[in-house]
Design a protein around this ligand. Structure first.
Ligand code: UD1
Length: 422
């Protein structure tokens, strides 16, 4: 198993290019199932999850041509309407094939994802939404079998009003894709407003879909009979952006992100300023300067535009060495404090009570061997390693490779001492 060895203590300086967003790329790849035309995608990140999604689509009969940073999908010969357990268990986003398959082919068989390190993460809202659109759904042997009944007009899903009890990002995306080919108008209420939902909507609109309101909590989709091929550029990864900014705020330094977007990071940038960083944005660059020990900052996760759960662990790492105490409240996932035990091994002082962690900043962490448990927890441990005294070994970094493109190369270029051990 691969590990990262980090020698802490270096400041971060220089420029880093932000990759395409994993959480936009994955649903947009699934949109390739909605058409027999070619979907050309640029700014594709080179990530394990993207490779897994490509494999899954290819298994279904999609052709995928990879060129550096670009991917062309063609769904003209899709013949296997199934996402097997082996794929879904390694990447929950595989559930995103469900909506497109049922919408275009009238049926699908997709494994239930099961739990994961950060909580139970059910997909009941995806299922209820498709049922409301007329799909018949059976759960058998761990699989979701979805079918549009024979009697329904041209075997198409029917547009309807769907209210989400909870804001769900992939739930909104799955149903938006399904509704794009449904018969009639679908209105999604209490929909996710995440920028990745908007990026998917832009891609679908380029493919001929009729969508209004993406980015607000009410999305209206007028179904069309067919979608066509299109070209789309994947938006920059706001979580990768935030992760590098927090790393520089914790370790000190002067970094500039290029190909980034400040407008979708407002909450994170405000928190970094509160921690004492100076932030300047211009065009698609974000510059952060930090010349002192960070101040502790409280965070409370909530759906966009509030503070993202995917940035919680990284802020926790910064808070461990900050001046003062901070409270971190996680409201989205019930078990997203797995990194706390590992941070404690480096000397961090953290108390957890339910969904709240109280972090008492200390002046210095000490390097040790620690284990990554999920994607964003891994990023948190890398940041802790960058500020700890001596060597930190981060084990099980396959989580990191799922969602961060060439992280050690990017951090090395900024002056960090970090290397991959095979
Ligand atoms: C997406 C992101 C993930 C991010 C999360 C929250 C992708 C590929 N992943 O995950 O990085 O951490 O949004 O911003 O975009 N829920 C239900 N029933 C459902 C669906 C969700 O109860 O059918 C619950 C979940 O357990 C969780 C909450 O709703 O407590 C939000 O989850 P959701 O927004 O669906 O997360 P994902 O889309 O899986």
């Amino acid at each position: 198993m691969q590990k990262l060895a980090i020698q802490g203590g270096n400041r971060l300086n220089g420029e880093v290019r932000i990759s395409g967003a994993k959480n936009a790329a994955l649903p947009i790849m699934c949109a390739g199932l909605l058409t027999a035309g070619e979907l050309h995608l640029d700014n594709m990140p080179d990530l394990h999850d993207v490779a897994t999604m490509r494999k899954l689509l290819v298994q279904m009969g999609v052709t995928a041509a990879v060129e550096s940073g670009a991917l062309t999908l063609c769904g003209a010969k899709v013949d296997k309407l199934e996402a097997p357990y082996d794929m879904v268990k390694t990447m929950r986003a595989a559930i995103l094939v469900l909506g497109p398959l049922v919408a275009r082919f009238g049926e699908a068989r997709v494994s239930l994802p099961g739990g994961c390190a950060i909580g139970s993460r059910p997909v009941d809202l995806h299922i209820k939404g498709l049922q409301a659109m007329g799909a018949e759904i059976r759960i058998e042997h761990g699989y979701i079998h979805a079918q549009v009944p024979q009697g329904m007009r041209a075997k198409r899903l029917q547009g309807t009003r769907i209210f989400f009890d909870l804001v769900s990002v992939t739930g909104t995306e799955n149903l938006m894709m399904a509704a794009a080919l449904a018969d009639g108008v679908t209105v999604l209420e209490n929909a996710a407003r995440e920028p990745e939902v908007v990026d998917l909507a832009h891609c679908l609109i380029a493919m001929g879909a009729k969508i209004e309101g993406a980015g607000s909590d009410t999305i209206s989709i007028t179904g069309v009979e067919k979608l066509h091929g299109a070209s789309h550029r994947i938006m920059p990864d706001r979580i990768e952006s935030g992760t590098f900014l927090v790393a520089a705020a914790a370790a000190g330094g002067d970094i500039t992100l290029s190909d980034a977007r400040a407008d979708i990071l407002e909450n994170v940038l405000e928190k970094l300023q509160e921690a004492g960083a100076t932030i300047k944005t211009a065009g698609n660059t974000i510059n952060l300067k930090m010349n002192k020990r960070p101040k502790a900052v409280n965070v409370r996760t909530s759906p966009y535009p509030a503070f993202p759960t995917d940035m919680q662990a990284q802020f926790m790492a910064m808070n461990t060495i900050a001046e003062g105490s901070a409270m971190v409240v996680e409201t989205i996932f019930e078990n997203r404090f797995m990194h706390v035990q590992e941070l404690r091994r480096l000397g961090a002082q953290i108390d957890v009570e339910g969904n709240t962690a109280v972090i008492k900043g200390c002046t210095q962490l000490e390097g040790a061997t620690i284990m990554a448990t999920d994607l964003r927890a891994s990023a948190c441990l890398v940041i802790a390693g960058l500020v700890a005294q001596g060597e930190t070994i981060v084990d099980r970094i396959y989580h990191l490779d799922r969602g961060y493109e060439h992280i050690e190369a990017k951090l090395s270029a900024l002056g960090a001492q970090i290397r991959r051990m095979k």
